[in-house]
Structure formats: C-alpha cells, structure tokens
Design a protein around this ligand. Sequence first.
Ligand SMILES: [Zn+2]
Ligand SMILES: [Zn+2]
Length: 271
Amino acid sequence: MFRLLIPLRELWSDFLDLLFPPPRGCPLCGAGAEGEGFCPRCREMFLDHRVPVGCTVCGCFPVRNGTGGACGGSGSRPSPRTLCPHCRSDRPPFKAARAVGPYEGVLKEAVLRLKFRRERGLARPLGHLLAAVAREMVPPGAVPLVVPVPISSRRLALRGFNQAELLAGELCTALGWPLVPVLRKVRETLPQTGLSRAERLSNLSGSFAVVPGALPPGRVVVLVDDVITTGSTARECTSVLLAAGAAAVYVLTVAAPYCPATTPAGPPAGR
Ligand SMILES: [Zn+2]
Ligand SMILES: [Zn+2]
C-alpha cells in the first residue's frame, strides 16, 4: 500500500520546493554561499560532534558544565547502562529515543520555523540530520517502518501540514525506509504545557490509535516527531503501536531536552 505513496511523495516534495524554496546558504542558519550544504559551524555541531546522551534509553542530554548529578556524571560518554532517574523509576515502553541535539540554538530555531512559520523547506535538511541519527540507533541491516506522530485533525486544518510527517517523509527518502503513517490522534487533548508528568500521561491516554489492519505485524518501528519533551507522547504512541503488533519501537526526534531531572523547564509542549 505504502509503495504507491513514494512517487507521489516525491512529486509533492518537488512541488513544495517550488512553493517554498530551500533557504540560500546553510539550510539551518543561512550562513555561507548557496548550494554548499551545512556551514562548518552547523556541520560540527550536529554531525561531527554530536552531544553524547545522558540517558541511553530516553536520550536526554547531560546538563552542560554540570559536575556529576543525575545525568551521566561529568558529561563524558555514558556507560551502556546509564539511565536518567525517570527511566530508572518508570522504564519507557520504547527501546530507545535519540535526537539530533538539545532543544536550543539553531536547532530550536529550525523546529520553530518549520512548525510555526511554516518553512517546509527546512524538513529536508532536518530529515538528513535525522537519517544520520537513525542509522546509529536502529540495529544494522534492519529496515524499520517509519511512523510519524500524528496531530489532531483540528490542528492539521489550522497548520496545513503535520511537521512530524514532513520530517518522516524526508527521512524515508534519505534512507529508503517505508513511510507508514498509521497512527491517528482520535481525541483532542489539552495542551501539555504546565502539566506534571503524571497529568501529561493521563491527558494523552486513549488519544492515539492505529488504523485497524494498517500496521504490518512483527516489524521494528521508528516513531518520528519534531521534539521529545517528557516523553509522554512517545510513551503513549509506543504502547499503542506495540498493542497493534509492532516488534519494537525506537523514537527519533530533531531535539530532546536536557535531563529533566535536573532542569525544571523543558521545551514547550504545544504540538
Ligand atoms: Zn549553519
Ligand atoms: Zn531517560
């Protein structure tokens, strides 16, 4: 079914490039000359020297210049079993979550520009960054199904697109993995901002569903979203995908917070 979608998606993406031409210079920060790809600064930040994660499960980043604490000690590479306090006390149902980098600077700007200023051209460079992270996260040789986190039909009507689906589409184009948009948001939920972790989970409970029969069973799934905050959305979507027959779920986002156990304010949760 999803094989038919690929040529259409490419046509659509060419059409969107005409409407929303990619920015000149570095696709993330605009520096440098046209057509040169990422500028040296962005390349260094996101491809060559990615910040090592503080938690090997949820992928949150260790607090900068922190000395020890909850998140992988002094900021050196975590041991294979490094878990943040949240994952230690309440292990998420997904195998692992990884992001391109912390939710700050040009990465944060890029997410906000894509989502709220509707700069769809940013999906492609961000999708390439996601592809680099995805290759490291998923077991070698696996061809996972890529499932974007859905937004409600009301929000889709307002924004005109689902940013997670654009990112997932670019990831699939880069890696040749099948895009399988089988999740639906079936219930409108309150904004997550200002809710506690427990309130966030109960707010989302029952709000996502898999289209019946649409998910091929026994496959590894990569769930794609723009930002992971407390992980409530990723947990809820993962549970629904596992119940629908997924073998395992990995979560891939553009940005992730610093360790939530040591930083009180994470990124905004407005979807
Ligand atoms: Zn740049
Ligand atoms: Zn964690």
